[in-house]
Ligand binder design. Structure first.
Ligand SMILES: O=P(O)(O)OC[C@@H](O)[C@@H](O)c1c[nH]c2ccccc12
Length: 519
C-alpha cells in the first residue's frame, strides 16, 4: 500500500511544486511547541481530523476541519493531528491552515512526507510538527528531512512500525517517536505488538507517542501508566459527525458501540445528528465534567476512571487498499486547493450527456473531454437559423425589391420610361421613334441614362413629362413646334439633348403655337 502511495505522492508533489502551497489567508501564525506539551505531566491526547482512512475509505465528504478541531479541543484534545494526505486519509492541505486559524494548540501535519518541499509547505500551512514515516525513508533521508524541519522550528515525530524503523529513528537522532500500532498492509490495529515496540523506545532520549486504533479510556490509561507522553486518536473519532462528542465519551469512559467497519471504499457520508436543544457534544462534555487534567477531559492524570472494552480484534490476511478513488491531479488543478473530485459522477454526467458514449465510463480524463460540449458546438449551427434570420433579410431584400418596386413606383413614370428602357428596349425603341428626338437623347442617354436617372428624378417630373408623352405624341406637333421653334433656335438641335427640358419649353411653346394661329 505504501508503495502505491509513494508513487501517487511523488506525482502529487511535482504538481504542487508548480502551484506552491496555498495557505489560507490571514491564518494564525502562532507557534505552539508539541515538545513542550508532551513534556507536561499526564498523557497528551492528540485528536486527529481526517476524511477517512485506509481501513474505512472515505467517511466524511468535504468537511470543515476547523469545526472539527474546535470541537475536539473543547472536549479534551491538547493537540490536533491534521491528516492532509488525500489518497488514503481523504484530507486536504488547506485543512491544516484552516485548523491553524481555529485553535491555539500544537498542530501536527500527518502526511506521507518524502521531500523538502513538503517540509516547507507544512511550515507555510501552519504546522508546529510533522510526521516522518521511517518505513518510507532511508536513514539519510530521514536525517536530512529532520534537520530541515528543525531548522524551520518544526518538531519532528518519527513514525515507526517495526524494530528496523526504530533503528533508523535513533540513528537520525529522533527526539519524538510515534509507534504506529497498525499493520501497514491491512491497516488493522495491532495493540499488543504496538505495546511491545513502545517498550523498546528509550524513554531517556525520546518523547513517546502511540497510535493504534485507540478508542477506550482504558487504553489511554494503560499508556499513561507506561509513561507514554501522547496518544493519537483518529479512527475512533471518524464515526461521529461532531467528533468532540465522541472524544468526550471516550475520555469520560462512556462505552460507545463502534460502527461496524463497512466494506472498503466510500462509506455513506456522515449526516449531522438531529440536534434537539443544546449541541449533543456539549451535553457530553458536561457529563464528562469530572476532575480536569492535562488532557482537558475527565481523565485524571495517569488515573483510570472506569474499565472499558478492549480494542477491536485485529483481522488477519492481506488487504488491498481502495485506490480506485485515487485520481492523479492534473496539471490544471492545484492539489493544495482541491479535494479529489468524485470522478464517477463527473464522468457519468459527461456520459449522460453523450448518448453515444456507451463505452464504460472512461477514466477522469473523459471528464475533460469537452465532447459533451461538442453538441453545443452545433449551437453555432443554430446560428444558421440566424442565417435564416438573414433569410428574412432576404425577405427584406424582396422588400428592397419592393423598394425597387417603390423605386419602380417612382420609376414607373420613369419606368414607363424606364420599362421602356428595361423591359422592352425594343419597345423602347418602338416608342423611341415616337420620341425620336428624345431618342437621340436616349441613345446618347444609355450612358446618360444613368445620368439620366438623376435626370429620371427630373424625369419624375417626367411623369409630368409622361403625361406629356401624350404630349410627347404631340411632340410630333411639338416637332412641328419644335421645327418651328427649330429655325428659331438652330442651336436647338444641340440642345436636343437637353431637348426634353426643351420639351418643357415645347410646352412653353404652345402659346407660341397660338401665335401661329394669329398669323
Ligand atoms: O489509529 P488511529 O486512531 O486511527 O490513529 C490515526 C492514524 O492511523 C493515522 O493518524 C495515521 C497513521 N499513519 C498515517 C499516515 C498519514 C496520515 C494519517 C496516518
Amino acid at each position: 500500500m505504501l508503495k502505491k502511495v509513494q508513487i501517487f505522492k511523488a506525482l502529487d508533489i511535482e504538481i504542487k511544486k508548480q502551484k506552491g502551497p496555498a495557505a489560507v489567508k490571514d491564518a494564525y501564525k502562532g507557534h505552539h511547541s508539541l515538545k513542550e506539551e508532551l513534556s507536561q505531566p499526564g498523557i497528551t491526547v492528540i485528536a486527529e481530523t481526517a476524511g477517512g482512512n485506509p481501513l474505512r475509505g472515505q467517511v466524511r465528504e468535504a468537511y470543515r476541519a476547523s469545526t472539527h478541531a474546535k470541537s475536539l479541543v473543547e472536549n479534551g484534545a491538547r493537540a490536533i493531528s491534521v491528516a492532509t494526505d488525500r489518497f488514503l486519509f481523504y484530507g486536504e492541505d488547506k485543512h491544516l491552515s484552516e485548523v491553524r486559524s481555529a485553535v491555539k494548540v500544537p498542530l501536527l501535519r500527518h502526511d506521507f512526507i518524502f521531500e523538502e518541499y513538503q517540509i516547507e509547505e507544512s511550515k507555510i500551512l501552519g504546522a508546529d510538527a510533522v510526521f516522518l514515516m521511517a518505513a518510507l525513508l532511508e536513514t539519510e533521508r530521514l536525517s536530512a528531512l529532520s534537520r530541515l524541519a528543525r531548522a524551520k522550528s518544526l518538531d519532528v515525530i518519527v513514525e515507526i512500525a517495526s524494530d528496523a524503523d526504530l533503528k533508523k529513528a535513533l540513528e537520525a537522532d529522533a527526539d519524538i517517536v510515534c509507534v504506529l500500532g497498525r499493520d501497514l498492509d491491512t491497516w488493522e490495529p495491532k495493540w499488543e505488538e504496538a505495546l511491545a515496540l513502545m517498550k523498546k523506545v528509550p524513554q531517556s532520549r525520546c518523547l513517546r507517542i502511540l497510535e493504534a486504533g485507540v478508542c477506550t479510556l482504558q487504553q489511554i490509561q494503560q499508556l499513561e501508566g507506561m509513561g507514554v507522553h501522547g496518544v493519537v486518536i483518529g479512527d475512533a473519532l471518524l464515526d461521529e459527525f461532531y467528533p468532540g462528542k465522541r472524544l468526550a465519551q471516550i475520555l469520560s469512559g462512556v462505552e460507545v458501540a463502534r460502527k461496524p467497519v463497512k466494506a472498503k471504499g466510500k462509506q455513506e457520508a456522515q449526516q449531522p445528528p438531529q440536534a434537539k436543544g443544546s449541541r449533543p457534544e456539549k451535553a457530553q462534555a458536561e457529563a464528562a465534567e469530572g476532575s480536569k487534567t492535562k488532557t482537558g477531559g475527565a481523565v485524571p492524570t495517569g488515573k483510570a476512571q472506569s474499565t472499558t472494552q478492549s480494542p477491536q480484534p485485529a483481522r488477519k490476511g492481506k488487504k488491498e487498499f481502495p485506490m480506485e478513488h485515487i485520481n492523479l491531479p492534473d496539471e490544471t488543478t492545484n492539489p493544495v486547493e482541491t479535494t479529489p473530485e468524485p470522478a464517477a459522477p463527473t464522468v457519468k454526467k459527461v456520459a449522460a450527456k453523450k448518448p453515444a458514449a456507451k463505452k464504460p465510463a472512461a477514466k477522469k480524463p473523459a471528464a475533460k473531454k469537452p465532447a459533451a460540449k461538442k453538441p453545443a458546438a452545433k449551437k453555432p449551427a443554430a446560428k444558421k437559423p440566424a442565417a435564416k434570420k438573414a433569410a428574412p433579410a432576404k425577405k427584406a431584400a424582396p422588400a428592397k425589391k419592393a423598394a425597387p418596386k417603390k423605386a419602380a413606383a417612382k420609376k414607373p413614370a420613369v419606368k414607363k420610361a424606364a420599362p421602356a428602357k428595361k423591359a422592352a428596349p425594343k419597345k423602347a425603341v418602338a416608342k423611341k421613334p415616337v420620341v425620336k428626338k428624345a431618342a437621340p437623347a436616349k441613345k446618347a442617354a444609355p450612358k446618360k441614362v444613368v445620368a439620366k436617372k438623376p435626370v429620371a428624378k427630373k424625369a419624375a417630373p417626367a411623369k409630368k413629362v409622361a403625361p406629356k408623352k401624350a404630349v410627347a405624341k404631340k411632340p410630333v406637333a411639338k416637332k412641328a413646334v419644335v421645327k418651328k421653334a427649330a429655325p428659331a433656335k438652330k442651336a436647338a438641335p444641340k440642345k436636343a439633348v437637353a431637348k426634353k427640358p426643351v420639351a418643357k419649353k415645347a410646352v412653353a411653346k404652345k402659346p407660341a403655337a397660338k401665335k401661329t394661329t394669329k398669323k
